[in-house]
Design a protein around this ligand. Structure first.
Ligand code: HEM
Length: 410
């Protein structure tokens, strides 16, 4: 280990001004300002890591752990939330418990299995646009990106589509978990989690009696043969899938449509050459990443690239900054198709890396690609007609709450 004589302390880092009003309207401008002073900055969130390559390295650094339950409990998490975080929130788990549960759930989301689900995604997309008129205007979020990921996920997991209304309001409430500050949302979070718990508990009981071809039945079978996860862990992790797979894909898909719309002629080119859709969708993940950052906590004091990471202090791996890092991308503001395979210019961080790598990455990518494929094939014009109301960029997830679109069918 090389010790640096005088490491830079958090307090001496240049600021990333996330409370500057400009950050709410143009976060990239504020990030660019911080980047002029170096690859690291500080904000009230913690030490901000801005460079793509540092984010990649630190995602793999086992001296950094995810934020665990104790941190959330310090904020005052109540009974249901504590249980959910304890038994279901995979991204907050560490070590043996994390890998034990992750291994069982991973089986349901393998890329090969997801490939088989593409016709299902297409049919959900076709179904959602079926009763749109020949031309008109619509809020694409309400009409499409809100129901689409939930319907796809539920069919894969084995939740009957007819049951969705029973818990969808509760599932939507879970967006409160990515808000800052968290405390005002606690009562609504408790209520939403009880609804989801009751629903998923009932579903697991039904599938135990009558197994089917779905992921829940496979998880129950894995639990019975391997006996490695408790009943509570099983149910809370099903709740977690509903939580982790909903807002992320919803925002990212709406952002993808905006990013495509911003490129003149791209819609027509995608129609002429549908094989270019995956590379274009990949680039939309970089242009408008939904995950602003992930949080890590140093388990010991250490110096990284001349900066002191103090034990217990928050480290923010800033994906939004990494996605426009000029050191990594020749033309960070430009838009060009991006390879899905790792390479010097690929954007590697949107789904994380290492032990917490997104369980739903293959699913989310396929969902976005299939939605774009269906829309491009059905509409000759699909034009964004105004600004979106965005989530606050200082929070964990960044994306449009609405997207006004004018469309014309082919
Ligand atoms: C565009 C959509 C999505 C994005 C950008 C995204 C992003 C991420 C990221 C960055 C992480 C890592 C968090 C960390 O390292 O702390 C993660 C973890 C996770 N994601 Fe996703 N995600 C998306 C969709 C989904 C979907 C559809 C599912 C549902 C199956 C899902 C389930 C999960 C789970 C369970 C974890 C925790 C994995 C673990 O800690 O072992 N995600 N996601």
């Amino acid at each position: 280990v090389t010790e640096v004589a005088h490491p830079v302390e958090e307090a001496d880092l240049p600021p990333l001004e996330i409370d500057d009003p400009l950050y709410a309207t143009d976060p990239q401008a504020v990030i660019a300002r911080a980047r002029q002073h170096g690859r690291f900055a500080a904000s009230r969130r913690g030490v901000e890591v801005l460079a793509h390559d540092d984010v990649m390295k630190l995602l793999l650094d086992n001296r950094l752990h995810a934020q665990d339950t104790r941190v959330w409990q310090r904020y005052g998490a109540q009974e249901r939330l504590s249980a959910f975080i304890q038994d279901g929130l995979l991204s907050a788990m560490q070590g043996e418990r994390h890998s034990r549960i992750r291994r069982i759930f991973l089986a349901a989301f393998r890329a090969r299995h997801i490939e088989d689900q593409r016709p299902l995604m297409r049919s959900v997309a076709e179904d959602l646009i079926a009763d749109w008129p020949a031309s008109g205007g619509i809020d694409f979020v309400t009409a499409f990106t809100l129901p689409y990921p939930m319907r796809v996920l539920c069919q894969i997991v084995g939740i009957p589509t007819a049951d969705i209304p029973e818990f969808s309001a509760a599932a939507t409430q879970l967006h409160l978990l990515s808000q800052s500050p968290l405390e005002p949302g606690f009562p609504a979070i408790e209520k939403a989690l009880s609804t989801l718990w009751d629903y998923c508990l009932g579903l697991v009981a039904i599938r135990r009696d009558q197994p089917s071809e779905d992921a829940i039945s496979a998880l129950i079978a894995a639990q019975e043969t391997e006996g490695r996860i408790t009943d509570d862990e099983l149910v809370w992790n099903i709740v977690n899938l509903i939580f982790a797979g909903q807002d992320t894909t919803r925002y990212q898909l709406a952002s993808a449509i905006r990013a495509i719309d911003e490129q003149p002629g791209l819609w027509d080119r995608l129609h002429a050459d549908p094989s270019s859709i995956p590379g274009i969708c990949e680039e939309t993940l970089r242009i408008y990443p939904v995950t602003n950052f992930v949080v890590r906590i140093p388990q010991e004091d250490f110096v990284y690239e001349g900066v002191r990471f103090a034990k217990g202090r928050r480290v923010i791996l800033n994906f939004q900054a990494a996605s426009r890092d000029p050191e990594h991308f020749g033309d960070p503001a430009g838009f060009s198709p991006r390879s899905l395979n790792r390479g010097p210019e690929t954007y590697d961080v949107p789904f994380g890396l290492g032990s917490h790598f997104c369980l739903g990455a293959a699913l989310a990518k396929a969902e976005i690609q299939e939605a774009v494929t269906v829309l491009v094939s059905r509409f000759s014009r699909f034009a964004v007609t105004g600004p979106s109301h965005m989530t606050t960029p200082a929070g964990m997830l960044y994306g449009p709450e609405n997207l006004p679109v004018d469309f014309t069918r082919r």
